[in-house]
Design a protein around this ligand. Structure first.
Ligand code: ASP
Ligand code: MG
Length: 503
């Protein structure tokens, strides 16, 4: 097959990020439907995560993490994990690629990469140590293997693609992940990608030796951030995050039947939803594209014609309308299909985070209250414990955190906290968070939320609302969390929002 479909010069760029399950299960849709469709009117750049199977748990990144662990422990199990990764990629390649020479080239490349990976892990086993940076190199293999397959699958469909590996992109010394670093990365990515000319770049979502290592500084889900930086570097018209859901809903549609798809949501709301249980987008992503006024659209690979959810900042009231320029102007937004319901007065969504515990600390009053709080926070910091919510009086502090904290950090922290006063722990809790930027201007939302819980006879263990008023959260027993979500949704979110004259 000749590769005749190319990016057409001068069209606006769209950056498409595909998650692990999308490249794992929907490769055919991506290469046969989605990409060709967008190539008619846009220049497309693709960023991919490592392949996942049914669950993230069984995804390539997790397998790579397990392989490094077993090599470090001197167990040869990593050999079978590496072989499993190879077989998974080879069988996907064989299922999706028809052109014999493209397939045999790809099989060769995959095998070569896996041999390198095996040698790297063997060295790890011998040395018995692995620096965070070396661990990054192993993890980055997941994105490289996935991108090789996607690039080949596109070529198989006559689309002229080029693999872009960002492992060695950073050629200056940086010590922190600050805006200067992100601006530099976006520029570098833009330059490197433009070297593909009219070929469709297929870019590894893994992007090299960032200060402190990608896994520790950015964490899992780093491909979203990579895609955002690529979008900034190319000055893209839109960043698309392709998943297996239609977008962001008012509640988890698997648990609340009447949940509605939100057409538009602000980045602050999307970030809150991500922190409190709904895996939306890596939170670092938003700031980067928003600085450049690039909308993010969450789309569904299983329903490509759906409009998805657009994450887009509000236009500040302080900006006179005559100063609003594309893509921020309402007419531009309307013309490009960003239907707005930003004028909604109700909250936007409700989310639940399970597997939570509460730690109550009652001060022994040996220190004044600021010293008491300072000691609590330094203990948490020393043990890398992240707090989701906090509620405090002068002598009593309740901390809400995920139960997934490693046991040794947890017991060490508890030991330290016990020096400050009486400590007790409650397990099997859940955080229920109502999110919406409009709540700020509306009186009575908290009252309705809590009366909904009371009507269902659900006890509230703790309440928290910050001054930003974008999130009202409470903690309930985990066994009550689904009912809590349903009754609050029914009371505050079931009705269609009133869409008034934003345009
Ligand atoms: N593959 C990596 C992970 O599983 C990065 C990503 O998906 O964004 O976290
Ligand atoms: Mg991911």
């Amino acid at each position: 097959m000749t590769t005749s479909i190319k990016n057409q010069p001068n069209l606006p760029w769209v950056v498409q990020k595909y998650g692990g399950t999308s490249v794992g299960k929907f490769l055919h849709t991506i290469s046969s439907d989605i990409t060709p469709f967008y190539l008619e009117t846009k220049r497309v750049a693709i960023v991919c995560s490592a392949r996942s199977g049914e669950t993230k748990e069984k995804g390539t990144t997790n397998k790579l993490l397990k392989a490094t662990q077993s090599a470090l422990e001197g167990k040869s199990r990593y050999l079978s994990i590496v072989n499993e990764i190879l077989q998974d990629h080879l069988s996907t390649a064989r299922q999706n690629i028809q052109t014999p020479h493209i397939l045999s080239w790809l099989e060769n490349q995959l095998e070569k990469e896996i041999i390198n990976l095996g040698s790297f892990l063997q060295a790890t086993e011998i040395l018995g140590e692995l620096s965070p940076r070396s661990k990054d190199i192993v993890i980055g293999m997941g994105e490289k293997l996935a991108c090789m397959i996607v690039a080949a699958a596109l070529q198989d469909k006559g689309i002229d693609s080029e693999l872009v590996v960002l492992n060695d992109i950073i050629d200056r010394e940086f010590t922190v992940l600050d805006q200067e670093f992100y601006d530099y990365l976006a520029l570098r990515m833009g330059d490197i990608i433009k070297r593909c000319g009219n070929r469709i770049p297929v870019i590894t979502g893994f992007f090299g030796n960032v200060p402190g290592s990608l896994l520790t500084s950015v964490g899992r889900g780093y491909t979203d951030l990579c895609a955002a930086l690529v979008a900034v570097g190319l000055n893209a018209h839109e960043l698309q995050i392709w998943k297996e859901v239609d977008g962001i809903f008012t509640a988890d549609p698997r648990k609340v039947k009447s949940a509605r798809l939100l057409t538009i949501i602000t980045p602050e709301e999307a970030a809150e939803l991500t922190y409190y249980g709904s895996e939306v987008i890596h939170p670092f992503t938003m700031e980067q594209v928003i600085r450049s006024s690039i909308p993010i659209r969450i789309k569904n690979v299983e329903n490509p014609v759906g409009q998805g959810t657009v994450v887009f900042p509000d236009i500040p009231n302080s900006i006179p309308s005559s100063h609003i320029t594309p893509p921020l102007s309402p007419t531009f937004l309307a013309k490009n299909g960003y239907h707005s319901d930003l004028s909604r007065k109700s909250p936007s969504a409700i989310t639940v985070k399970d597997n939570i515990c509460i730690i109550n600390i009652h001060s022994n009053k040996k220190s004044v209250s600021h010293g008491f709080l300072a000691k609590i926070f330094s203990t948490l910091d020393d043990n890398n414990i992240i707090i989701d919510l906090i509620s405090t009086s002068e002598v009593h502090v309740s901390l809400v955190l995920g139960c997934d904290v490693p046991e040794h950090s947890f017991s060490k922290a508890l030991g330290e906290l016990k020096k400050l006063g009486k400590v007790n722990k409650k397990n099997h809790m859940a955080i229920v968070s109502l999110v919406g930027k409009q709540m700020k201007n509306t009186v009575g939302v908290a009252a309705e939320m809590f009366s909904a819980l009371a009507s269902a006879n659900i006890n509230i263990e703790l309440i928290s609302q910050g001054a930003s008023e974008i999130n009202i959260s409470c903690v309930v027993k985990e066994c009550d969390s689904i009912t809590a979500m349903r009754v609050i949704h029914e009371k505050l979110l079931d009705a269609e929002p009133c869409v008034d004259s934003y345009f």
